[in-house]
Design a protein around this ligand. Structure first.
Ligand code: HAM
Length: 422
């Protein structure tokens, strides 16, 4: 192959991160880590390569069909993880006897999915995962939602710019059962209804038909999606519904946590993963111009599915792709700049020593210093300083060395302070 035929692009759907991209990525990662630690979550990690057996489920979820998989040289069937939850469940199951429950763990995991590429969807993304394992009450859900809200705040996202849409699969199950749809169909109905908006209602009808639902049952299923309030749901499910009580408690707690303004009930939020058993949620920009910013929910049966002891669990997955698109639109492309420290330059080779000594001294004091590698003309230097990540600039010429002082210029305000060149 000739060198000219090599593409400079990364493989389709994979991303390169240039410094201007890293500014955004770091802003997001810093907010994720800070919120996790501030809410009492402990870090964990695992390898991006997982065994295919753990990741594959036969429920007809999209994610199972999107797995990048391969065989190693010994014929082991391996995969790049498309999500972190099965790995977390495996790690918890491996130490189930030793861990003190509930555990609150977080990680930032790179995940791979062979996706159809659309806005906000790549074939690789970083996903913040926060999970609470071993807590049955909605205290777990609200902690996770409040931590996610704290991370969005730290990134600069205004509270009115997003909404967290909350539902309960158990409520939907109660309503489906009340409509005469047997529990054995519920999982398939959830996955079909989750596709609403992505495929046509006719295609969803075809999926429900294939599951064995007759046209009356399909009609009732679509009718349920018209429920708009918890009171309407109560009229159908009955006032004693435990699923409804859990939702009401979550909204009451949201008020105490100060995030009630961002939470809305939405019966159409179902989630595309089969393992959820209870409350589910997805966050969107308020205008709903982008895909989900994050999603998650309660999955009380996953540990038993993989062979562990029954353990309740709630978690969230929050990707880096959509949130950066939303933030750029709200705050502008340049908003991630974090200008700190100083650029130091010099006019002639004779000032190199003074510039280097100053850089050394400031670096020893812990300051960020970008020392120019060669002499520059003043115009060149200030153009480079303005384009850099530094807040200030110091340019040393012959007169400065003679006077044993130089000017430190704030690049934003153009204010100058005189500093000593010792
Ligand atoms: P998920 O909804 O499949 O859930 O993904 C969670 C988030 O990851 C999405 O809301 C989105 O931000 C991001 N994401 C997913 N796929 C892509 C993609 N192809 N490109 C860009 N971003 C993407 C889960 O993965 C669950 N395991 C979350 C969870 C944790 N549930 C409980 N614990």
């Amino acid at each position: 192959m000739s060198a000219t035929s090599l593409s400079f692009d990364p493989p389709r759907g994979m991303r390169d991160f240039y410094p201007e991209d890293m500014r955004w990525r770091n802003r997001v990662f810093d907010a994720w880590r800070e919120a996790s630690v501030n809410y009492g979550f402990q870090p964990y990690d695992a390898c991006v390569v997982e065994s295919l057996d753990l990741l594959q489920r036969k429920s007809g979820e999209e994610v199972s069909e999107q797995i990048y998989h391969f065989e190693d040289k010994s014929g082991r069937k391996l995969a790049l993880r498309p999500e972190m939850t099965p790995t977390l469940a495996r790690m918890i199951a491996a130490r189930q006897g030793q861990l003190g429950f509930p555990v609150k763990w977080f990680t930032v995991a790179q995940c791979f999915r062979y996706e159809r590429m659309t806005r906000g969807r790549k074939r690789e993304h970083y996903q913040w995962n926060m999970d609470i394992v071993g807590e049955e009450s909605v205290s777990a859900e609200i902690e996770i939602l409040a931590a996610a809200a704290a991370a969005l705040h730290a990134m600069g996202m205004p509270a009115d710019a997003y909404r967290i849409r909350v539902n309960n699969r158990a409520l939907l199950a109660e309503l489906l059962a009340a409509s005469g749809i047997a529990p054995k169909h519920h999982a398939a109905v959830f996955l079909a209804l989750d596709k609403r908006g992505k495929i046509s209602d006719d295609e969803i009808t075809a999926l429900l038909c294939a599951e064995g639902l007759d046209s009356a049952a399909i009609g009732k299923t679509f009718e349920l999606l018209g429920v708009e309030t918890l009171d309407q749901a109560a009229a159908l499910a009955g006032p004693a519904s435990p699923a409804l009580a859990a939702l009401r408690e979550l909204f009451a707690l949201a008020d105490i946590y100060g995030i009630a303004d961002r939470l809305v009930f939405d019966i159409a939020v179902i989630r595309g993963l089969a393992y959820y058993t209870g409350i589910v949620f997805e966050a969107f920009d308020t205008q709903r111009r982008f895909r989900a910013i994050f999603g998650g929910g309660r999955y009380d049966s996953l540990l038993t599915t993989i062979g562990g002891a029954p353990t309740p669990a709630v978690g969230l997955g929050f990707g880096d792709v959509v949130v950066v698109e939303v933030l750029k639109e709200l705050l502008g492309e340049a908003a991630a700049a974090d200008k700190r420290g100083v650029v130091i330059g010099y006019m002639f080779p004779e000032q190199r020593e003074a510039a280097t000594r100053l850089a050394r001294s400031l670096r020893e004091q812990g300051e960020r210093v970008d020392l120019m590698l060669a002499r520059l003309k003043p115009k060149q230097f200030f153009a480079r300083a303005s384009a850099s990540d530094a807040a200030d600039a110091i340019f040393i010429g012959p007169d400065d060395v003679a006077a044993c002082s130089a000017k430190r210029k704030d690049l934003a305000t153009r204010e100058e302070t005189v500093i000593a060149l010792a």
